[in-house]
Ligand binder design. Sequence first.
Ligand code: HEM
Length: 509
Amino acid sequence: MTSMTGIAEVLSVLLLLLLFKVCLFMQNWTDSRNLVRLQYIYRLWFHPLARYPGPLLARASRIWSASAARKLRKAQAVQDAHQRYGPVVRIAPDELSFADPSTLKAIYGHGSRLPKTEFYTGGKFTEVDNVFSMRDIHQHSGRRAVMAPVFSHRFVASYVPAMYEKLSQTFNMMATLSANGTKPVDVYHWVHNFALDVVFHFTLNHESGTLKTGKPHAVIRDLEDFQSVFAWTALFPPLRNLGRFVPIQAVKRPFISLHKWIHFCLDIVARERTTDMKASFVSRLLENEDAYLERKLNDLEVAEELIGIMFAGSGTAANTISFLIWAVLENPPIREKLVAELERQVPPGIIPMYEVVNKLPYLNAVIMETLRRWPTIPGLQPRRVVGKELVVGDYIIPAGTVVGCQNYTVHLDPVTFPEPEIFDPERWLQPDTSAQHAAFNGFGTGPRACIGRNLALIELQLFTAAFFLRFDARVADTLEEKDMELTDGFSGGPAGKSLPLYLVERSKT
Ligand code: HEM
């Protein structure tokens, strides 16, 4: 009997404990729900940014922004929000987007010194940072000073003869594949091969062979996977080191590719350290001291820069060229004017000289208009207000806020660019184009602006001139308007990832 009572006592204590646990659980549960509700209330009505308009979901949470980014349509969603809510829009609880081109300087200019946000840490490929991913402004200026000489106009121009050869190889391949205009050629694919091959050779001093064989070099093939590395590590930073061990093929594959890449680049750096060839990109990087580190870069730091450059410098240029060719072909009067200028100014020969194309007004207006209309970094380049408040026009923005002014919006500003959706190179040929240039942000503004601009412009000028001099091209009927819509996966390009064209060599017409 006593033992029965004992058991009953133990059971009731256990039951009480269980009830207590259930109560605690319920309380925590309702507490956390209440906390979330309180957080929403705070963000919507009491947050320092509460007075700024924006979509309700964006003001309360990050869901709005994340969902648009997942669909690769964040730049368009932000632009739609500006059209609905005005020039300053709250696109996340702590983030403001500005639409007026006059705000570019305040946010990105040399005077503002706003650091990049955590978003950019996904842009590094090893455990060390590269010039693109660095957030600390002193660390960045030390590295930028090391890199600047190899992107100077002088250094890049010395690479032009190699680019002539790559253009010939690309066009010969496309001409063969088009069989005198009887078969469509995917020019998007070839432009990407070209741009990758250029940046590969320019930085690594190593031939990829892609343009000779038509088959991408093994490591080049993997470069497409870097977009996934960027996306995965932005979500789960530890994946940078552990990703290749995850037992899911779709996750592990890009990290394995990256691992191969790192070793490929490290071997190249080691080779360049021992060679007496002192003019290459890598050897120049090895020569200069980083003032922030107070020493020269080690092999891993140089390899990280090489991978970063390869990533930043290939798709951007290739997508711009793809948009340009398509836009010109879709606008016959523009094409006639461009070809007339080229025929008038460029001496006969297969590849036009850089010194000539650099000075052609209409060609360069077509390039500027493409960079404006289809900016291949379309969305926000986010910066954080730190230390003190930031003054942007009439607005005083509290420290801690993320701010940005996206190209997709400033480039469609109807005051600076009337009928902004229309592709019209004449905008860049007006007697006074200072307002247009002030609103142009295709290569960024200030200390974090594109370091590869000189190389990109030479590629654009030479490719465009040589293409329209060599081919009479026609867009294949299979290409639909929606295929050329601009996506926004930070770096943007045509949604269909294809540009099928029939190409007839003009000398043969
Ligand atoms: C049409 C072609 C290109 C466009 C439109 C473009 C655009 C841009 C933009 C807008 C930025 C600023 C990004 C930000 O702050 O978030 C940037 C940065 C950068 N770009 Fe480019 N780019 C192009 C080609 C290239 C090329 C060819 C290279 C190298 C070979 C390159 C290397 C870089 C690097 C390393 C940065 C980071 C600079 C820094 O933070 O100091 N880009 N680019």
